[in-house]
Design a binder for this molecule. Sequence first.
Ligand code: SF4
Length: 114
Amino acid sequence: MKNVAIVGCGAYMDTGYGCPGEWRCLKAAALGQGKFEEPVKVVAFHTCHCPGRNTAPNLGMAVKLSEVKPDAVYLSSCLANAKPGCPHSTPLEMAEIITAKTGLPVILGTHDYH
Ligand code: SF4
């Protein structure tokens, strides 16, 4: 079973607009639905906070210190598919920064639940 880290958009999560926490991401990961091709183990969950400068450094530290390394990082659907989008960076820009910091592949989105 693969290990993954998930990054959620804190600006969305903290307002509770239909996402009372991270259950959609965790459900999709547990069941292998949405962007997860098979059930995976979530070993890290990072909440991004505007303007997003904490995300790559914190993930980098988590990957460095954790004894359970993630194989990939997933940007949550509320981050990757947001409309209006993040005013600070595009999902692709954030993915490139995270990959440069951690060396891990980044997948845009987690689930298709409504
Ligand atoms: S920087 Fe963008 S992705 Fe991060 S919390 Fe703010 S709006 Fe969400």
